[in-house]
Write a protein that binds this ligand. Structure first.
Ligand SMILES: Cc1cc2nc3c(=O)[nH]c(=O)nc-3n(C[C@H](O)[C@H](O)[C@H](O)COP(=O)(O)O)c2cc1C
Ligand code: SF4
Ligand code: SF4
Length: 368
């Protein structure tokens, strides 16, 4: 199982690519936190992965809380021991000692040892400090990130015991100051431009910590749970939600995998549609062919995932199912080669669940 947290999609893109290579399933820490759902069934010895962004050269507070609260339930009631445990941290430039802090937390609260740690350099989304890369610069950064993700995914598939992150000298020093102090965030800088806001409530739905509520049709930020992921800023379709004075002038950022989707729990808040149905938001995007095709691919992947979830396999990634079907097919063919007489219409008890060997069936039909 891969647990991920993502506000603007960089970590989601990484988690999905890793899951596709390692035939694993992914689960959203943001969704678990929003719903206070911390129990997960795990198989002894299965891989355990974590993918999330670095915040101020440290781990996001929401991830710290998740590690404290999560409960891995095993079939035999014994503490869960993963076969291989790794962390992948996405960043704009460097992660400092974030992986070391995460390692300490995991060992302290869950008694789990971290076997490997990686980082991916991608588009920085800290919009109150700088404008996230746009246009060609953004595409270049995403292409570079894609190459790094592929590399990391194959290391993970090979269960390599390595610690290779972009730590950075400044980052490594700065982490020691920010690790504790920077995790209590004030919601004061958040505000809404009431002329732009249409009261859609997307910011409420995407906030993983339930910090935002709608009052008289406009969002209000309250409490001290905010993890400063900035999802409420980047995912507002009207650029209406703001942080401080500078964000009004800056372009928002969304990784193509998140450019057109809002998490399924969005609709629970509005009570309009089926809670399992993702809500698609039409985004105003530049008529750029590559970007359009990225969004189209992302939509196809998302609808495949949704169709699969509707069949009752919520946490199963579609590729995992496809691979299982191929493995069954290979087993079935090997058995047919070993016992050729079985193929002449004699049904095989072991094969009741297996996939129909289409070419074989067509051959039999042809001979009849
Ligand atoms: C509050 C905040 C702090 C950040 N701090 C760092 C940092 O210390 N170093 C860095 O390289 N990137 C930093 N970033 C950038 C994100 O880590 C990076 O864009 C990440 O890929 C976002 O992941 P997501 O799209 O999955 O949310 C920060 C972003 C935010 C919002
Ligand atoms: S997402 Fe934007 S437009 Fe929608 S309610 Fe929130 S601030 Fe207003
Ligand atoms: S209020 Fe905004 S920045 Fe804070 S946790 Fe919610 S979505 Fe993230």
């Amino acid at each position: 199982m891969i647990f991920y947290f993502s506000a603007t999609g960089n970590s989601l893109a990484a988690a999905r690519s890793i899951a596709a290579v390692s035939k694993d399933t992914i689960s959203d820490i943001g969704h678990a936190t929003k719903c206070s759902a911390y129990n997960f069934f795990m198989q002894q010895g299965e891989n355990l992965g974590f993918v999330f962004p670095v915040y101020a050269w440290s781990t996001p507070r929401i991830v710290d809380e998740f590690i404290k609260k999560v409960h891995f339930i095993t079939g035999n009631g014994k503490p869960f021991v993963p076969g291989y445990c790794y962390v992948v941290i996405t960043c704009g430039s460097e992660v400092g000692s974030a992986a070391r802090f995460f390692e300490e937390e995991l060992s302290h609260y869950r008694s789990i040892r971290l076997d490997a740690s990686y980082s991916i350099q991608t588009v920085g989304n800290c919009i109150y400090l700088y404008e996230p890369a746009q246009g060609a610069k953004q595409e270049k950064a995403l292409a570079k990130a894609d190459r790094q993700i592929k590399d990391v995914a194959y290391h993970i598939d090979g269960k390599r015991m390595v610690h290779q992150e972009h730590r950075g000298t400044v980052g490594a020093i700065a982490s020691h100051f920010t690790n504790k102090s920077a995790k209590s965030y004030s919601v004061e800088p958040f505000h809404v431009d009431s002329e732009l806001c249409n009261g859609c409530g997307i910011c409420v739905a995407v906030c993983p910590t339930n910090t935002i509520s709608l009052r008289s049709g406009a969002p209000v930020w309250e409490g001290n749970e905010c993890t400063q992921c900035l999802a409420c800023i980047h995912r507002c379709p009207c650029n209406a939600s703001q942080f401080g004075k500078k964000t009004a002038r800056r372009s928002r950022y969304l990784n193509p995998v998140m450019a057109s989707v809002v998490t399924p729990h969005a609709s629970v808040r509005f009570g309009e549609e089926d809670p399992d149905e993702p809500v698609y938001i039409p985004m105003i995007v530049k008529k750029d062919k590559k970007r359009q095709s990225n969004i189209k691919n992302a939509r196809q992947r998302i609808s495949a995932f949704t169709a699969h979830a509707r069949r009752g396999k919520e946490h199963t990634y579609p590729y995992a199912d496809k691979t299982a079907a191929l493995q069954r097919l290979r087993r079935q063919n090997a058995r047919k080669r070993q016992f050729p007489e079985d193929t002449n219409g004699v049904s095989n008890a072991d094969d009741t669940n297996s996939v129909d060997n289409t070419s074989e069936t067509q051959k039999n039909k042809g001979t009849k």
